[in-house]
Write a protein that binds this ligand. Structure first.
Ligand code: NAD
Length: 238
């Protein structure tokens, strides 16, 4: 980027990044997530009223991770992370682990992770591979019935907001990939970056979104094609 020796880069990713790996996105035409109404499975109220259903939903999502692999977009973002000369932060709304399986290190899961669980009693967060049930005891405090997926549900505070806000204060290039721009606060990051003086705001998506008007560049297409192309451009012109 002409005139900037070490531009700061923030990448925001959403479900569209993993769609071509076979992880379904959230907002299909029917408004369902894998056949479930989102309020049935992704809120603290749902967990209080029907914990068995919520556990079943996330157990299925966690098990499904064994059947998918990172795609060319995940790999290209890791190449960008490793070669970018300025500061780099990848903020993902995704709860899958495809970015880390591609080698991502400077990655923040603002909505939590399928492969982590949390004990509501002792508050410890731990890695988790198997199913979670209402009868599961916490391996640390041994309390039964207090374990939940470490997923940020609707109405809960996303993780890393302070660090993300700080990165957006000085961002030069903001890239947003495969997000519908309807879930806040992530949907507000492009506007925040623009207000802080980001020079380039680039959106990659199959279609126009609710936040498209905040971007200086829009690339319509699949993440698996558009992300590697953008990464090559950024690395050769910066
Ligand atoms: P979303 O499902 O609301 O929107 C997905 C967006 O990606 C859409 O705008 C769609 O046009 C675009 N898209 C779909 N396929 C694409 C492709 N191949 N290339 C480029 N763009 C493509 O997703 P969101 O905005 O991330 O919000 C959904 C919430 O649900 C997130 O907060 C997340 O926590 C959760 N979620 C996570 C996963 C995951 O971990 N992979 C999957 C589904 C939902």
């Amino acid at each position: 980027m002409a005139g900037l020796t070490h531009p700061n880069l923030v990448v925001l990713t959403g479900a569209g990044l993993s769609a071509e790996s076979g992880v379904p996105t959230f907002r299909g035409v029917d408004g369902l997530w894998e056949g479930y109404h989102i309020e049935e499975v992704a809120s603290p109220e749902a967990f209080r009223h029907t914990p068995e259903l919520v556990h079943r939903f996330y157990n299925l999502r966690r098990a499904a991770l064994h059947t998918v692999q990172p795609n060319s977009a995940h790999h290209a973002l890791v190449r960008l992370e490793q070669a970018w000369p300025g500061s780099f932060l990848h903020v993902t709304q995704n709860v899958d682990d495809l970015n880390e399986r591609a080698g991502a290190k400077k990655l923040r899961h603002m909505h939590g992770e399928l492969r982590k669980v949390r004990c509501l009693w002792c508050r410890n967060v731990m890695d988790w591979e198997s199913d979670l049930e209402v009868t599961t005891a916490c391996p640390i405090c041994e309390k039964v019935g207090k374990m939940r997926p470490d997923i940020v549900w609707f109405g809960e505070m996303p993780y890393y907001i302070e660090e993300i806000t700080q990165a957006l204060e000085t961002v030069d290039v903001f890239v947003c990939i495969g997000t519908s721009g309807v879930v806040y606060p992530a949907a507000g990051f492009a506007r925040q970056a623009a207000s802080k003086g980001a020079k380039r705001l680039i959106e990659i998506n199959l279609e126009s979104t609710d936040i498209s008007s905040h971007f200086t560049e829009r690339r319509q297409g699949t993440a698996s094609v558009e992300v590697p192309r953008l990464v090559e451009e950024l690395l050769t012109t910066t």
